[in-house]
Design a binder for this molecule. Structure first.
Ligand SMILES: Cc1ncc(COP(=O)(O)O)c(C=O)c1O
Length: 418
């Protein structure tokens, strides 16, 4: 099948992803659920196999060769992640289970030490539950207050509205760089500056940003960044918290146990240096190493091309949806203000029904509230259907999406424009 001309060579890239040659109900798999999780290239799968076949050992505590190799492999993966987000030091990259755990780490280890009943935490109405519930738990425990930047009609976060919501009591402003529910991109640097002008720290939820855009924590002047390996071609079970060194240094540990200590007595302990202070117990070694392989894969791509590629897929998907009619689209009109995510509803059909017909056509889209129930409530919908793109998606797959959409409308007898 000839592929339509694209900035990214998806023909070549697709060969690296064995799962993409699967069929679903006799149809070629069209995987458009990348905001939920991405597929893994051979390089990542191979890295897992090689690690367990040749190097497997626990890290840090051993002097034997395998342990030394494993330790070096984890260190190398940390270096790669640090470089990928332009962290000033590898030690400021902390491995967690996922973005959710990274945010919880801050809520627990920073929040429990520094938050008082006089303080406020500022969030936005678009946050994923992962960047909402940890702060609810913390605020309830500390008697602190949560405030929310109201979302604009198109689902975006505006600096002006944030400026009207932040107060001198704000101690932390935690916001997403890119919304998983609408694709809206946030003006990250401006929001970080706003936090700092008000004496607050800025935590960025980069789960939907880091896989798709060049990330530079220093250019952002951020204090914390959280993201997940599995949304960027890496394995599940690995996330990252990057933190400003001075802030990480003054935080309490998160979990207690092996590796996070320096000296232990029966009654008390002293804690290890960064990053180990926040990495208690045996880490997910193999998946960290394979995450390093995913970073290698991504680092070989031109992110400006990746952006162009995703924009083109997004543009065509929106065009198809608009041409069909009877569609509600969510997210900014201006394509430059959104990532490769298209959230929509078809007439008044429940998103789950839409998702099932797409699946019957081999097209995987996500349906539901996307872990953003407050935003769905604001939009007055139970959920949406969502197509989300990555490096291996093609314009032909978007056409398959269009055909599946027609099936939905035929099945539910919804009128089309055409
Ligand atoms: C914007 C955003 N933040 C946080 C998360 C949580 O990621 P994880 O489930 O990998 O912890 C997600 C996952 O969908 C997300 O889209």
């Amino acid at each position: 099948m000839s592929r339509l001309a694209m900035a990214i060579d998806s023909e070549r890239i697709r060969k690296d992803f064995p799962i993409l040659s699967r069929t679903i109900r006799g149809k070629p798999l069209v995987y458009l659920d990348n905001a939920a999780t991405t597929q893994k290239p051979n390089q990542v799968l191979e890295s897992l196999r090689t690690y367990y076949q040749r190097h497997n050992a626990n890290i840090h505590r051993g002097v034997h060769t395998l342990s030394t190799e494993s330790t070096q492999m984890v260190d190398a993966a940390r270096d790669k992640v640090a470089k990928f987000i332009n962290a000033p030091k590898s030690e400021t990259v902390i491995f967690t289970r996922n973005a959710t755990e990274a945010i919880n780490l801050v809520a627990y280890a920073w929040g429990r030490k520094f938050l008082t009943p006089r303080d406020e935490i500022l969030l936005t109405e678009v946050e994923h539950h992962s960047n909402l519930v940890p702060w609810q738990i913390l605020a309830q425990e500390k008697g602190a207050r949560l405030r929310f930047v109201p979302v604009e009609a198109d689902g975006s976060v505006s600096v002006e509205t944030a400026r009207r919501t932040i107060t001198p009591k704000t101690k932390l402003f935690a916001f997403t760089a890119a919304s998983n529910a609408t694709g809206a991109l946030s003006p990250v640097r401006e929001l970080v500056d706003l936090a700092h002008e008000n004496g607050a720290l800025a935590l960025i939820d980069g789960a939907q940003w880091v896989p798709h855009f060049k990330t530079d924590v220093q250019a952002w002047n951020a204090d914390f960044l959280a993201f997940s390996s599995h949304k960027m071609l890496g394995p599940t079970g690995i996330g990252v918290l990057w933190g400003r060194e001075s802030v990480l240094e003054e935080m309490n540990p998160f979990l207690g146990g092996g590796d996070m200590i320096q000296e232990v007595w029966l009654e008390r302990s002293t804690y290890n240096v960064l990053p180990y202070k926040f990495e208690a117990g045996t880490p997910n070694i193999a998946d960290v190493v394979a995450f390093g392989a995913a970073i290698d894969y991504l680092s070989a791509l031109d992110f400006a091309e990746l952006r162009r590629h995703e924009l083109e897929l997004t543009r065509r998907t929106i065009e198809i949806l608009r041409n069909e009619g009877e569609i509600t689209l969510y997210g900014p009109e201006d394509l430059e203000k959104r990532g490769g995510i298209v959230s929509f509803n078809v007439a008044d059909i429940h998103a789950h029904d839409v998702g099932q017909i797409f699946d019957a056509e081999g097209v995987a889209v996500r349906v539901g509230h996307h872990c953003c129930q407050p935003l769905m409530r604001k939009f007055r919908v139970a959920g949406t259907a969502r197509a989300s793109f990555y490096v291996y998606n093609t314009l032909e797959e978007v056409e398959a999406f269009g055909r599946a959409l027609k099936k939905v409308k035929e099945f539910f007898k919804v009128k089309s424009h055409a």
